[in-house]
Design a protein around this ligand. Structure first.
Ligand code: BV8
Length: 236
C-alpha cells in the first residue's frame, strides 16, 4: 500500500506498544492482571470497597511511568504523523503519556490518563503529580474523598467515542498495534472498520491474537521493530 492512496490513517495502540519502555502489559505472562484482581483495582465497585488498594495500585503505576521513556515505536509513529499529509488519528487504550513524550500531537486517550485525577463530586479533571490518597482534596471544589484516577474502569464508558466512531468510519487504513484484542469496545474497532468495507486493516503485534484473521496484513515482532518497519514501508 502506498501513502499516496491514504487520506486518513487511524492507529489503535494497546499496552504492547509501551512494553519495551518497561511498562507492564495486562495479560502477558507476568502482566498486571496476573498480579492484581481486575475487579478489585479497575472497577468503580472495587474503588468503593477499598480506595486504599486502588490508590496503591495506581500510585505504583504512576511511579513506574515516571521512570519510563518512549521507545522506537512511539517515536516512529510521531515521525510518520509529522510527515504524513493526510489526516492521522492516534487512538490509545493506554493510560501512559509515552505517545506524547515520543512526539505525538494529540493521542485520543479512550481509557483516560494515569497522570490526571477526576473529582467524583464536581467531575473536574486535573493533572496531579503527588501520590493519590483517599483523603486528597479537589483543587476546584475543595471537597475531599472521591478523588480518583482519571482512568476508565471496567463497566464505564470509554472517552471520546464520538470522535473515534467518526474516525473509524472515515479512515482508509486502520493499524492496531500491541493489543490483545480482548477489551471492548476497542477490540471491536477492526470489525467496525471492516463492516464499512473501505479500509485496509493491519495488525502489528508481538504474536498472533484472537483477532488476527480479521486483518488484511499482520506483522509479528516487537513494536520497536515492526512499527518503524511498517511505517517506513508506507513512505514513497
Ligand atoms: C464498557 C484502564 C459499557 C484501566 C482499561 C462488549 C462490548 C462492550 C463492553 C464489553 C463487551 N464485552 C465485555 C465488555 C465489558 C468490558 C470488557 O471488554 N471486558 C473484557 C475483559 C472482556 N469492557 C468495558 O467494561 C469497557 N466499558 O464497555 O462500558 C458501557 C456502556 C454504556 C454506558 C456505560 C458503560 C471499558 C473497558 C476499559 C477498561 N479499562 N484500562 C487501567 O489501565 O488501569 S482496559 C485495559 O485493557 C487497558 O486499557 C489495556 O490497554 C486494555 C486492553 O489491553 P491491551 O492494551 O490489549 O493489553 P494486553 O496486555 O491485553 O495485550 C498486550 C498485547 O501486546 C498482547 O497482544 C501482546 O502480545 C502484545 N505485546 C507484548 N509485548 C509487545 C507486544 N506487542 C508488540 N511489541 C511488544 N514488545
Amino acid at each position: 500500500m502506498s501513502i499516496r492512496s491514504c487520506r486518513h490513517i487511524v492507529v489503535l495502540t494497546g499496552a504492547g506498544v509501551s512494553a519495551e519502555s518497561g511498562l507492564g502489559t495486562f495479560r502477558d505472562k507476568d502482566g498486571l492482571w496476573t498480579r492484581y484482581n481486575l475487579e478489585d483495582v479497575a472497577t468503580p465497585e472495587g474503588f468503593r470497597r477499598n480506595p486504599e488498594l486502588v490508590c496503591e495500585f495506581y500510585n505504583a503505576r504512576r511511579e513506574n511511568l515516571r521512570k519510563a521513556a518512549p521507545n522506537a515505536a512511539h517515536k516512529a509513529l510521531a515521525a510518520f504523523e509529522q510527515r504524513f499529509q493526510g489526516r492521522f488519528t492516534l487512538i490509545t487504550q493506554n493510560v501512559d503519556d509515552l505517545h506524547e513524550k515520543g512526539g505525538s500531537a494529540a493521542p485520543v486517550h479512550m481509557h483516560g490518563r494515569l497522570d490526571e485525577l477526576r473529582c467524583q463530586h464536581c467531575a473536574t479533571v486535573y493533572a496531579y503529580e503527588a501520590p493519590i490518597a483517599p483523603d486528597s482534596v479537589c483543587p476546584a471544589c475543595g471537597r475531599t474523598g472521591g478523588q480518583r484516577p482519571n482512568v476508565v474502569w471496567f463497566g464505564e464508558m470509554p472517552l471520546y467515542m464520538d470522535v473515534i466512531e467518526a474516525a473509524l468510519a472515515d479512515c482508509d487504513l486502520f493499524v492496531a498495534i500491541g493489543t490483545s484484542a480482548t477489551v471492548y469496545p476497542a477490540a471491536g474497532f477492526v470489525d467496525r472498520v471492516r463492516a464499512l468495507g473501505r479500509a485496509r486493516c493491519v495488525e502489528l503485534n508481538l504474536e498472533p491474537t484472537a483477532a488476527s484473521s480479521l486483518f488484511d496484513e499482520t506483522r509479528h515482532g516487537p513494536a520497536s521493530e515492526v512499527v518503524p518497519g511498517f511505517f517506513a514501508s508506507l513512505m514513497p
